[in-house]
Design a protein around this ligand. Sequence first.
Ligand SMILES: Nc1ncnc2c1ncn2[C@@H]1O[C@H](COP(=O)(O)OP(=O)(O)O)[C@@H](O)[C@H]1O
Ligand SMILES: [Mg+2]
Length: 397
Amino acid sequence: MLQAEQILQDRYQIQRQLGNNGIRQTWLAKDLKADDGENSTVVVKLLAFGGTVQWDDLKLFEREAQILKQLNHPRIPQYIDYFCIDDRTLWFGLIQQYIPGESLKEKLASGKRFTEKRAKKIAFEVLNILTYLHELNPGVLHRDIKPSNLIWGEDNQIYLVDFGAVQDKAAKEGVTFTVVGTYGYAPMEQFGGRAVAASDLYALGASLIHLLTGISPSDLPQQDLRLQFADRVNLSPSFISWLEKLIEPAPEQRFTSAGQALNALKSGLVVKSANKSRLLVPKEIINNSGCGINNHNETVPEEILGWNWGAFLMPWFWMWTNQVWYGLFCFIPHGCWLMAIALGAKGNEWAWKSRQWRSIEQFKAHQRGWAIAGILIGAPISIMFWLWAIALLKSVF
Ligand SMILES: Nc1ncnc2c1ncn2[C@@H]1O[C@H](COP(=O)(O)OP(=O)(O)O)[C@@H](O)[C@H]1O
Ligand SMILES: [Mg+2]
């Protein structure tokens, strides 16, 4: 039995237990030989060999230490030490850097609910870490992504911990006989011992759904093996479709890589088709428009709607690059100001439908450019026009 204050290897004084899954214990500890006081806090993971703890557990534990040693990423704790203590029981210990913060499981337990913005931030950061892991040679699959293994650091960055279930032969996609992962978060194929890169994406999707709904995925209803969560959240349709694609039951229906999931999240262009969510164009994503503003089939992303200052302040120029030919009414005497208001109000929707855009980001950047030009150049001209229009109205009435 381990107790607080106990010193291991004449060096690590254990302080507070962080986790105990029956096989492994995780402790916060003080490194008594650390050079500088600041980094003296470390995390000690311990495995007592014997009894219910078998070779498979030891194999995974050793692999955890070995992989952690090889990894070098700012959002993954650094490996410090690995040792074995023979003291009646055989103990194996793994020392790693301590990440100050709170795990997402702890945040959920304290009643925190996550907004779409927060969930997207977490998704971005985890996908960046997954891109690093999956692109290593050989690739590394984490296989146990879930809220308790994600830490919201004090620096507001997301960290991935617990490499106790890793598989380092991702490229071979072979069958392994040690079944790892956590029920609810791990996809079906993983329980058959066949984990692929997309298995980590499923676990990320299930974790995000837990953060957004506050309900563990194992308690959510399912239909055709799909988690049903959309009616419990208030999210943009594009984010719902993106999440649905992460948790597709068949791995080949999910995004093929963390990078692809990241691109789709950035552009917000996953569209719903029939029952399935589908990615429009995998790499260079574009909306399929260019069909004009009366194209009712084109979905306009909610996040681009709103007043368009560029179109309002510089309608005569804005219309050309956005291909909104209604803007030609601006050249009709007396029609200009009415058209400017219409373009200000509907400009975003019309521009979205009138030409092709690579992504929502590109669209926003384009409109931002026009808004700046509008304020610097268009506003003075517009003020003159408005004064002229008001004077004209006064003279008519
Ligand atoms: N490097 C670390 N820094 C900070 N907290 C950690 C670190 N590693 C683990 N933890 C915390 O300890 C808990 C248990 O550790 P973990 O490695 O996940 O063990 P297990 O393999 O038993 O799940 C985690 O849920 C996390 O809250
Ligand atoms: Mg864990």
